[in-house]
Every structure is written in C-alpha cells, then in structure tokens.
Design a protein around this ligand. Sequence first.
Ligand SMILES: NC(=O)c1ccc[n+]([C@@H]2O[C@H](COP(=O)([O-])OP(=O)(O)OC[C@H]3O[C@@H](n4cnc5c(N)ncnc54)[C@H](OP(=O)(O)O)[C@@H]3O)[C@@H](O)[C@H]2O)c1
Length: 286
Amino acid sequence: MSRASLQGLLPLQDLLHPASGERVPLPPVLRHLYGELRLARPSRRPYVLANFASTLDGVVAVDGSTSGGSEVSGFNDHDRMVMGLLRSVSEVIVVGAGTLRSVPRHLWSPKGFFPALDPAFQEVRASLGLPPSPRLVFVSARGEVDLDLPVFRTGTREISVFTTPSGRARLSERELPPGVDLWVAGEGPRLRPSSILRGLQRRARVRTVLVEGGPSLFGDFLEAGLVDELFVTLAPFVAGRDAAHRDRGLVEGHRFSPPTSLGASLVGLQRGGSHLFLRYRFPARR
Ligand SMILES: NC(=O)c1ccc[n+]([C@@H]2O[C@H](COP(=O)([O-])OP(=O)(O)OC[C@H]3O[C@@H](n4cnc5c(N)ncnc54)[C@H](OP(=O)(O)O)[C@@H]3O)[C@@H](O)[C@H]2O)c1
C-alpha cells in the first residue's frame, strides 16, 4: 500500500459546492487542499453522511468481499483526505460487520489514514467540540465480530456493537475489551437503521453520523430513507464482472429500479487528477 503524502498533492479542483449549510472551520492546509466544507445541522435526528469509493462501473468491492475502498480508489491520496475529513466532522462512524471482516486491521479513525494531516483533522474535531476520535459502531445481526481485532484493542476508542439478542448472546460468551459495549437494537434478522439512530441518540447528542458501508448496511439506510448525503469517489478504473466473481456494487440487498429509483441531487463536485469527488443529497423522506 502506498503511503499518503502531502508532497505534490494538488488542491482539489472545485467545480461545484453546496451554498447552504454551516461552514466547518478548516485549518489552512485542509482549506487549501479541500476548499470549503459546509454541513447541514438538522435538529430532529442526526444528519447521515455516507462515503464510498466506486469504479466507473459501480464496483465498490473487488474479489468478493475481501477488499475495501482504498483498493477501489487505487490508494488515492485525495480520497484518503476526504475520508479523513468526513471522519473528522462526525461524532459516530457506523460500519457493517462484513466491512469489518474485510479489512480486519483497519482502525476507522481520522488519524493514521493520512498521517501528515492528523494534526489538521484533530484541529477540525477540536473546533467542533468533538473528542479526538468518533465513536465507532459496528452492526452485526449474528454477533459475528472478532473482538481480538486491533480496533477493539486500542484501549482508547469508544466502540459499540449494535446487534440482536442472539448476537448479544454470542458476543457475551467472552469478556468485552475496555471501551466496548453491546447494544441490542431489535430482534433481527436485521436491525432497522432507525433503531440504530435512536439508540445512538439515547446515549448522547449526535449531530453527524458517517455510514462507511458496506453495501448491505448502506442499502438498509437508503431503503429506510435515512441517508442525507452520499460522498462518492469515482475512481477512473473499470472493474468488469464475470460469472466467477461477484463484485459488489454500491447497494446490496435492495433494488431501487425504475420507476421507484431513488433520485439524488448533485451538490458537490471536485476533481483530483482523473478522480472525481461527487457529493449527492437525497430528498428528505423521513
Ligand atoms: N468501496 C468502498 O468505499 C467500500 C466501503 C465499505 C465497504 N466496502 C467493501 O464492501 C464489502 C462488504 O460488503 P457487505 O455488503 O458485506 O458489507 P456490510 O454491509 O459491511 O456487511 C454486511 C454484514 O453487516 C451486518 N449488517 C449489515 N446491515 C445490517 C443490518 N441492517 N442489521 C444487522 N446486521 C447488518 C451483517 O453482519 P452479520 O453477518 O455479522 O450479521 C451483514 O452480514 C467489503 O469488501 C468492504 O471492504 C467498500
């Protein structure tokens, strides 16, 4: 894997950005590289952002489910910066258990992903009054979560595993690492995104939630009308498909084909070389 570097990293070319929303105070280096970031602050429920990297033909995970967004983006430095920035403005990051299983060494932190930008990401969090790391929420119906993975062993992260009663029974067979708790949010077989958001709100005031996928969890949030904005890194690669490879698209488990397709408005567009950074807003449904 290449190491993210500021050297030679040009600012994203800003072709369209949202005019509404509160401006997030960015330190000069992020202001220079990313431009202006505005975020809505609705009061009724947390504002839900989602972030994916996709190939030109809509593939987000190659080779079944063993690769993450970094591979799909070609380990692109702008993509890492955008991902770090979105993590920096979020109180909570929500991740499906399949994604956790696919990148078992990942830590889901604004830190470490682009080390040269760590101080800037921390400055963003401090200016928003947020703790150094977002709470991490893993969602697993079956409780099929390996609590020995590095992310559970930092000793400093606040992590919740949202699961079902049977998932809790499975996970309770062993002691939870410090900082990790279980939250039962439904009977199963799947958890409703609204229950996940309600569970989060019951614990603390949460304004911005970042759903980092994968495609199954994201599909559930979309279907529930609970995605406000989607940030997509469109990577200039064609993955292709054949009968032997079941590469995942942006959404798994739901179809929004015409005439019921979900429409979104393009509210942001940036270019970094041949990568495009798209920002779509979904109309309020719930
Ligand atoms: N390109 C990108 O930007 C990007 C982003 C994210 C992920 N990915 C990739 O996508 C692949 C994984 O795809 P995936 O569809 O398996 O991802 P996923 O949504 O992360 O995982 C599916 C699993 O998560 C749990 N889950 C999801 N929604 C749930 C719900 N509503 N209620 C209860 N449990 C729920 C279930 O876990 P249990 O089976 O434990 O019950 C389910 O089997 C990986 O390769 C990953 O790296 C790519």
